[in-house]
Design a protein around this ligand. Sequence first.
Ligand SMILES: *[C@@H]1O[C@H](CO)[C@@H](O)[C@H](O)[C@H]1NC(C)=O
Ligand SMILES: *[C@@H]1O[C@H](CO)[C@@H](O)[C@H](O)[C@H]1NC(C)=O
Ligand SMILES: *[C@@H]1O[C@H](CO)[C@@H](O)[C@H](O)[C@H]1NC(C)=O
Ligand SMILES: *[C@@H]1O[C@H](CO)[C@@H](O)[C@H](O)[C@H]1NC(C)=O
Ligand SMILES: *[C@@H]1O[C@H](CO)[C@@H](O)[C@H](O)[C@H]1NC(C)=O
Ligand SMILES: *[C@@H]1O[C@H](CO)[C@@H](O)[C@H](O)[C@H]1NC(C)=O
Length: 763
Amino acid sequence: MGCSNMLLFFLFTWSFSFLGTYQLQSSQTQVLLQLRKHLEYPTELEIWQDHSRDYCFISSGTQVNLTCQDNVVTELRIIGDKSIKVSDFNGFAIPNQTLSERFSIDSFFTTLARLNNLRVLSLVSLGIWGPIPDKIHRLYSLEYLDLSSNFFFGSIPPKISEMVKLQTLIMDNNFLNGTVPSWFDSLIDLSILSLSNNKLTGPIPSSIQKITTLTNLTIANNDISGKLPDLSALRSLYVLDLSGNKITSSLSPMPKGLVMLFLFNNSFSGEIPQQYGQLQGLQNLDLSSNYLTGMPPAKLFSLPNISYLDLASNMLRGSLSNHLSCGSKLEFVDISNNKFTGGLPTCLSSKSDKRLVEFDGNCLSIDMQNQHEQSHCEEVKNQKSNKQSRGNTAILVGVIMGIVVLSVLLIIGLLILLKHFCHRGMSEQHLLHKAVQDSSVSGYSFELSTNASFISQAANLARQGHQVCQSFSLEELIEATNNFDNSSFLGEGSYGQLYKGRLMNGAEVAIRCLQLSKKFSIRNVRLRLDLLYKLQHPHLVRHLGHCLDSGGQGDYNLNKVYLVSEFVPNGTFRDHLSENNMGEVLNWPQRLTILIGVAKAVHFLHTGIIPGFFNNRLKSDNILLDQHQMAKLSDYGMSIISEGTENFVAKGDNYKSWQMTSLEDDAYSFGYIILEAVVGPSQSASREAFLLKEMTTLQSQDGRKRIVEPIVLATSSQESLSIVISIMQKCISPDASRPSFEDILWNLQYAAQVQATADSEQK
Ligand SMILES: *[C@@H]1O[C@H](CO)[C@@H](O)[C@H](O)[C@H]1NC(C)=O
Ligand SMILES: *[C@@H]1O[C@H](CO)[C@@H](O)[C@H](O)[C@H]1NC(C)=O
Ligand SMILES: *[C@@H]1O[C@H](CO)[C@@H](O)[C@H](O)[C@H]1NC(C)=O
Ligand SMILES: *[C@@H]1O[C@H](CO)[C@@H](O)[C@H](O)[C@H]1NC(C)=O
Ligand SMILES: *[C@@H]1O[C@H](CO)[C@@H](O)[C@H](O)[C@H]1NC(C)=O
Ligand SMILES: *[C@@H]1O[C@H](CO)[C@@H](O)[C@H](O)[C@H]1NC(C)=O
C-alpha cells in the first residue's frame, strides 16, 4: 500500500467515525478485531473482515450477534464450531479441538475486559482453553454469562462473586474442577446457574438455600458427593437437575413450585419423602438409578401436572394399591428394576397409547417372564452392626455374648412355654436350626479342624431340600453365547475362559469354561458344584448353575464343566483404582467400602455355613463391581472343582488338597489388594517385588505423598489411611502371624468410621 493510499484510508475511517451517533467507537472496533485474532480467526467472524462497515449493523447471523447502545457493545454472542470431543483434558492445547498453544487465556480476558459495558456475553464452542482468570470480574456489568463447551479448567474463580448483576451463569461442558463455591449467594439476582458436565467435586454448599431468586439449578454429571441441603426455601425454583453425581444422602424437601426434578444416577438412599406428593406443579420427576427404599408416596402418581415419572433401578418395595389413581397428564411411568410385589394398579396396567408403563425386573404377579422370583424382593436381614471403637471391643464382645446367651435362654424358655400353652407357634426345630446357623455365621472363633462336620453339614443342607444348582444344556449355552463367539469372550481367568451370554429369559450371565485336569465322575462333580452353589453371600458373585459336558461318552469321561454365574457389569476393582485405567476412579471412602465388602465375603468363605474355603486366589481383578459399585468376589472356591480327589465324599482324609492348609493364604493376597487400593494397581510384571518396595516407602509421610494414588491422598484422612496401612502390613508380613479376616474386617470398618467422622467434621 502506497503512502498516499494509507493517508486516504486513515482520513476515510477518521471521517467515518464522526458520521452519525450510531457509529461504534473505534476503540471498541479495535477490541473486537483483537478478539478475533485471539480466537484465531474463526470462520464465524469473517463478517468482521469488511472494516468499512459498522459492526453494530452487520445483520446478525445465527452464530454471531452483536448489540450496541450509545456507541458501545452491550451484547456479544459467538457460537463456534469447536465442540468438545475428548473426555479428559490435561491443560494442553489439542490440535483441531482447542485454540493453539499460542493462545493466552490471560491476554484474551484482558482484551475482553475492555468491553466493560457488556451486559450479555456468550462464548460457546470456541476452543478457548485455560483457567478462568480472576480479571473476569472487570466485566462488572454482565447480567448474562455463558462460557459453555470450551476447555476451561481449574476452579471457578471467587472474583465472580463480585459480579453482582449476574442473573445467568452458564459454564456447562468444560473441565472445571474443585468444589462448588459457597459464595454464589452473593450474586443477589442469580436466577440460572448451570454447571453441568464438568469435574466439580465436594458437596452442594448449603449457602445455595439463600439464593431465593434461582429458577434453574443444574449441576448434572459432575462428581458432586456428600449431602443434599434442604432446598425448600428456593421459592422460585423451577428446574433442579443434579443427576449423574455421587450424592449419598437421603432426599431432602423440595420447594413447592418445582416443575422438573432430576436426581437420577446418584447414590441417594432412604425413602422418597411424602412431601414430594404435594409438589402440585411437578411435571417431570426422575429419581432412577439410586438406592431408594420403601414405598413411593401414592400421591406422586396422581399429581395434577405430572407427565413423566421415572423411579426405575432403585430398591423400592411393597405392593402398589390396586386403586392407585394416576394424574390425567401422566404419559410415562417407569418402575422397573425395583422390588415391587403384588399386582399392577389398574391405571398403570390398562394398555393405551397414551401412557407408557415400564415395570420389568420386579416381583410382580403379572408378565412373569420378565419378573424375578419372590425371594428376590424379600427384605434382607440387617448386617451385624459395626463395632464402635477399639477400646470398647472387649466390653462389646462381653455384652454381645451376654445378650446371645440371654436370648438363647429366653428363646428356649419361650419355646418351652409355647410348647406348653400354644401349639400353633413356630416349630421348635425351625427356630433352633436358625439359631445354630446364625451363631455359626457370626461366630468369633470357628474351630477349623472340622472336616468331618463339614461333610455332615453339606449332607444336611442337601437333605433339607435347599435348592440344588440348576443344570443347563450345552445347547442353551451355545445359544446364549452365539456359539462361544469371539464377541462374547470376556477373557481368560485363572480358571479357564470366560464368556458373556444372554439366557432365553433375557438374563445376562457369565459363563466359565473349566477344563478338568482330573477325571471325575459326574456324580462327584455335581456334589462339588452343589456345595459351591450354596455359598451365597451379597458380596460373592452368585453361581446360577452349570453344564457338564462329557462329550457324549458316558459317566467317566467328563472333561469340561461350564459354570454359569451372574454377570457383574461394571468392571473390576482394578479398573477403578487409577486415572490411567478405564473405569471411573474411586475415592478413599468408596475403596474402603469395597474392601470391607470383600473382607466380609472372605470371612464368610472361611467360617460361614460351609466353612473352610481358604485359598480363593484373591486379586483385584477378581473383585467385580455391579452397577451400584457394590463389590462381588468372583473365582472363589474354585479349587473344589479344579483340584482334589475323587473320593472326597466317601472319606474324610483328603480335604487338605483343596482346603489349603494355611488359613493365612487369603490374608496375604488380600494385603496386596489393600496395597493396590492405596498406591494404585501395579503395571509391573514382577508385581509382588514391586509392591513390596512401595510398601517400605509407605512408612514415611514423604513417601506416602510420593506414591499414594493422588485421589486417595485427597480424599482420605491421615488416621484412616494409617489404620489401613498398618493392617495391610500385618497381612503381607512374611512371618506366619497374619491376622484373621475377622481382624482385618474390624480394622477396615474402624478406618471407614474414622474417615466418616473426619469427613463430617470438615463440613
Ligand atoms: C442471534 O440472534 C438470532 C435471532 O435472534 C438467534 O437465532 C441466534 O441464535 C443468535 N445467535 C447467538 C450466537 O446467540
Ligand atoms: C486438523 O485439520 C486439518 C484440516 O482440517 C487436517 O489436515 C489435519 O490433519 C488435522 N489434524 C489433526 C491432528 O487431526
Ligand atoms: C484441576 O485440574 C488441573 C488441570 O487438570 C489440575 O492441575 C488441578 O490439580 C485440578 N485441581 C483439583 C482441585 O482437582
Ligand atoms: C431453565 O429451565 C427452563 C425450563 O426447563 C428451560 O427451558 C431453560 O432452557 C433452562 N435454562 C437453562 C439455561 O438451562
Ligand atoms: C447413568 O450412568 C450410566 C453410567 O455412568 C450411564 O451409562 C447412563 O447413561 C446414565 N443414565 C442416564 C439416564 O443418563
Ligand atoms: C399445570 O400446568 C398448567 C399448564 O402447563 C399450568 O397453567 C398450571 O398452573 C399447572 N398447575 C399447577 C398446579 O401448577
